[in-house]
Design a binder for this molecule. Structure first.
Ligand code: IPD
Ligand code: CA
Ligand code: CA
Length: 258
């Protein structure tokens, strides 16, 4: 498997998706609701089409799991996991914090991750075992040693109702114990900001594989610990994700799992 060609193809596809998103930014024809809060726009759909078309022209036998198109060639060893627009709510409100997220997995293991913010041109990449980069420069998680000195990030699922009591309890604890908590609105960007040492920790519930495939590899390759809330193994699509710089992980599991 030519991992470098896969990486370059993913980056090429991410730039093409990003170009489409920039074209629609501030000028979206229609915003549709997938659920009560969950939005989708023409930009999400056209970005995904372009990304898949670009990759497929080079790798016609690979499988795809895209947020807007569902799974194609499910069960293929080589699979691309795509969020064509992570941060749709921000995008719809003209807030320039969103990303194209593309992960490539082989036999269930993510080996390439690409996250691109179309508005800032920040390109985060990682190849399994080869470290993580921001615009080709190596990145690393922070050295913050205690939760009291930590800046955390989180996100909220769309299906809030049934989860609200537990979610607010965890949120309050983190807010109380940490230096600060942010909610940017793009899980892919959150994981990259953790990878580049801006955040010290990130947690969220009910994220989907396309939200995290690329971001978790980028974070891990930058030195992050990624588990569920109690410190057990995390696999993409698991219902709880806790990603930290490693040094505050134990304190975070104590707060989130109790
Ligand atoms: C959402 C964003 C957000 C997170 C939500 C995700 P979308 O993805 O990543 O930060 O809190 O849970 O669903 O819908 O904008 O692609
Ligand atoms: Ca998403
Ligand atoms: Ca999305």
């Amino acid at each position: 498997m030519d991992i470098d060609l896969i990486r370059r193809t993913g980056i090429d596809a991410a730039y093409k998706g990003a170009e489409i998103l920039r074209g629609y930014f501030g000028n979206i024809p229609a915003v549709r609701k997938k659920g009560e809060k969950d939005l989708v726009t023409e930009a999400d759909i056209n970005s995904e089409k372009k990304i898949i078309e670009t990759i497929r022209s080079r790798f016609p036998h690979h499988g795809f799991l895209g947020e807007e198109g569902g799974a194609v060639e499910e069960g293929a060893d080589a699979q691309w996991i795509i969020d064509p627009l992570d941060g749709t709510t921000n995008f719809a409100h003209e807030l320039p914090i969103f990303a194209v997220s593309i992960g490539f997995s082989y036999k269930g293991e993510t080996v390439v991750g690409i996250v691109l913010n179309p508005m800032t041109a920040e390109l985060y990449t990682a190849v399994r075992g080869k470290g993580a980069q921001l615009n080709d420069k190596p990145i690393h998680v922070s050295h913050t040693a205690s939760l009291a000195d930590a800046l955390l990030a989180t996100g909220f699922p769309y299906n809030l109702k049934e989860m609200l009591p537990k979610l607010t309890e965890r949120f309050s604890r983190c807010l109380f114990e940490a230096r600060g908590v942010r909610r940017l609105g793009s899980a892919a960007i959150d994981l990259c900001l953790l990878a580049s040492g801006k955040y010290d920790g990130f947690w969220e519930e009910n994220l989907k594989p396309w939200d995290v495939a690329a971001g978790t590899l980028i974070a891990r390759e930058a030195g992050a610990a990624v588990t569920d809330f109690s410190g057990g193994p995390y696999s993409i699509g698991g219902s709880q994700i806790l990603a930290t710089n490693g040094r505050i992980h134990r304190e975070m599991t104590e707060i989130l799992s109790s």
